[in-house]
Design a protein around this ligand. Structure first.
Ligand code: C2E
Ligand code: CA
Ligand code: CA
Ligand code: CA
Length: 282
């Protein structure tokens, strides 16, 4: 009836308003806490599967609250920061923080080969991004190839010409790049061939499919295919979301070069990272 329709419409509108208010509230809090210096970068180690050596770190943003927990996870606040535009400042900060950390790791003799930083769409589309990254690397006396920028496969699809051009500039500057969440987007191999990238990161969904069932390893078809593809295209392949010994062993047998995941270490704050790097043995 007309009555019930308008009634559900009212509820719908109320839900919309609550939802919008919730989002605006988070964006405002994020803005405030960011400028108060409350955001942190945590780091997750990446392991060379052949040698066991720590070969990289991925910087992951955290928004801690006062109770020792988190206000929101990145899966919630990063999209909102992208939507509001704050991501550009957040992203610049993350880049600079990561370079600072890398420099101090070098000084302590603990620096792995690279630090990877996630770059989002609005950041990547900014024509000044490449220059900023190049300057940060030189200011912090890092080898150029020690900085690795991760862009998602969906971003890589967004504006092909611009992405191709920016990646080329980064390649010229000696900065490394990775396609994140590889296998979840729809990029064609023809397009992939045009991108000057250095690594493919297998989406963790494909890694978590790899399970032991009745003594048999299952679900590794996609990981296998991506490792083979990386091999043929001369790209380093990083498996992320590695949680079990079986997954690690399977990936090593495939010839996958690098692994990252809870099986090795969770993302951790700076002090814990120093301690972890100091005591880690392959
Ligand atoms: P991502 O770039 O794909 O990062 C990997 C995510 O997987 C991280 O979640 C990490 O904590 C989680 N992870 C690592 N190993 C494992 C594992 O073994 N098992 C499971 N279940 N998860 C694992 P996190 O830190 O919550 O970040 C989520 C997403 O938020 C990131 O996905 C990235 O897209 C975005 N993000 C995080 N930090 C930043 C940042 O500084 N800038 C931008 N633009 N995006 C960021
Ligand atoms: Ca990433
Ligand atoms: Ca990923
Ligand atoms: Ca992801």
């Amino acid at each position: 009836s007309k009555k019930s329709t308008s009634r559900s419409y009212e509820y719908f509108m109320e839900d919309m308003e609550n939802d919008t208010r919730w989002r605006i509230d988070i964006i405002q809090k994020l803005h405030r806490d960011f400028y108060n210096g409350q955001l942190e970068l945590w780091y997750q180690p990446q392991i060379n599967l052949k040698t066991g050596v720590v070969c990289g770190l991925e910087a992951l943003m955290r928004w801690p609250d006062e109770q020792g927990g988190f206000v929101q996870p990145p899966s919630v606040f990063i999209p909102l920061a992208e939507y509001s535009g704050l991501i550009v400042e957040l992203g610049d900060w993350a880049l600079e923080e990561s370079c600072k950390l890398y420099k101090s790791l070098m000084e302590s003799g603990l620096a792995p080969a690279s630090v990877s930083v996630n770059v989002s769409v609005p950041q990547f589309k900014n024509p000044a991004m490449v220059k900023k990254a190049t300057q940060l690397v030189s200011t912090h006396q890092m080898p150029q190839k020690a900085l690795n920028l991760e862009i998602t496969e969906s971003l890589a699809m967004d504006d092909p010409q611009l992405v191709i051009e920016s990646l080329l500039q980064l390649r010229k500057a000696g900065i490394q790049t990775s396609i994140d969440d590889f296998g979840t987007g729809y990029s064609s191999l023809g397009y992939l061939r045009k991108l000057s990238i250095d690594c493919l990161k297998i989406d963790q969904g494909f890694i978590q499919e790899i399970v032991l069932k009745d003594g048999q390893l299952q679900g590794g078809v996609f990981a296998d295919t991506i490792v083979t593809l990386g091999d043929k295209l001369n790209l380093r392949v990083v498996a992320e979301g590695v949680e079990t010994q079986e997954q690690a062993r399977f990936l090593r047998q495939l010839g996958c070069e690098v692994a990252q995941g809870f099986f090795y270490a969770k993302p951790m704050p700076e002090e814990a990272l120093y301690e972890w790097l100091r005591t880690y043995r392959p």
